[in-house]
Design a protein around this ligand. Structure first.
Ligand code: FPP
Length: 263
């Protein structure tokens, strides 16, 4: 896969391409989830309004989507708006709600060209109509694409998602399809918004904050975490490459033992 990258015409620096080609193919994470944090601080450092940071953050989304696609990642989940983000000033919320439209209006042709499929998790019915329509149009237009899944977490909250899953399971119990003692992890997985996706292999949070902020709490049980001080607008191909290289050094044991210790 990465050998192909080297032969490809690209404006990325040769050094990054060379290092991408050195990644261990079989250990490239299938699903990377990112908490994109630090847009506001990026803007503040430049005496710019917070929304300028979000606009710059949108450009990073484009850059990182392209690179994740080049690296052969299967799923890239981006935490774009949490159920708690409604607490922000109205003008900021309005700007954030306009970003999917801005992003998809200009980027949809390239998403098609790159065979990228757009999906979303989150409570879409509470999004403004224009935001929802932009996402639905992109999801529909790209639904037959078979490459990278670009999964936006938009108006997403993990606790609300788990409550909904529990309600669905209890409905199954009420209908007599399931008994309480039969409920297992597979049932919970089935009713989460991510039921069709592999669990994230790598979680990245930018900006130096070290918390999960109600993001994929169930799904991240065995995920490798990587926290970086880099602010999201400054996060680039080099940063993602380094994150994947760090992931490749990790020893994933899922609670078990490995190698000699297993005997
Ligand atoms: C957190 O940084 C970031 C957000 C709440 C918004 C993230 C959105 C983007 C990066 C753009 C999304 C693009 C599309 C296409 C949907 P913060 O504002 O909390 O930063 P701070 O902690 O420095 O204040």
């Amino acid at each position: 896969m990465f050998k192909k990258l080297l032969g490809k015409k690209s404006n990325k620096s040769e050094a990054i391409l060379q290092r991408s080609a050195e990644l261990v193919d079989e250990k490239v994470p299938s699903h990377i989830a990112i908490i994109m944090d630090g847009n506001g601080r990026w803007a503040k450092k430049r005496a710019m309004p917070r929304i300028a940071g979000h606009h710059e953050g949108m450009k990073t989304v484009r850059k990182i989507t392209r690179y994740a696609c080049d690296l052969g990642i299967d799923v890239l989940t981006l935490y774009a708006f949490s159920t708690e983000n409604w607490k922000r000033p109205k003008s900021e919320v309005e700007f954030l709600m306009g970003l999917p439209e801005q992003f998809l209006n200009s980027f949809l042709p390239e998403l098609m060209e790159r065979n990228i499929r757009v999906q979303m998790i989150g409570e879409e019915q509470n999004l403004p109509k224009h935001t929802r329509n932009a996402l639905i149009k992109a999801i529909d237009t790209t639904k037959n694409n078979t490459g990278l899944i670009l999964n936006f977490a938009m108006n997403y909250g993990s606790r609300a998602e788990m409550v909904m899953a529990m309600q669905e399971i209890m409905r199954e119990v009420e209908k007599g399809h399931l008994t309480i003692d039969e409920i297992n992890e597979t049932h919970v997985d089935r009713y989460l918004m991510t039921s069709h996706l592999p669990e994230p292999d790598l979680l990245i949070r930018t900006s130096g904050e070290v918390r999960l902020s109600n993001f994929m709490l169930w799904q991240l049980a065995y995920t490798e975490f990587l926290f970086t001080d880099t602010l999201w607008p400054d996060f680039d191909e080099q940063c993602l490459l380094e994150a994947v290289q760090e992931y490749q050094k990790r020893n994933r044991r899922y609670g078990g033992l490995e190698g000699e210790d297993e005997k």
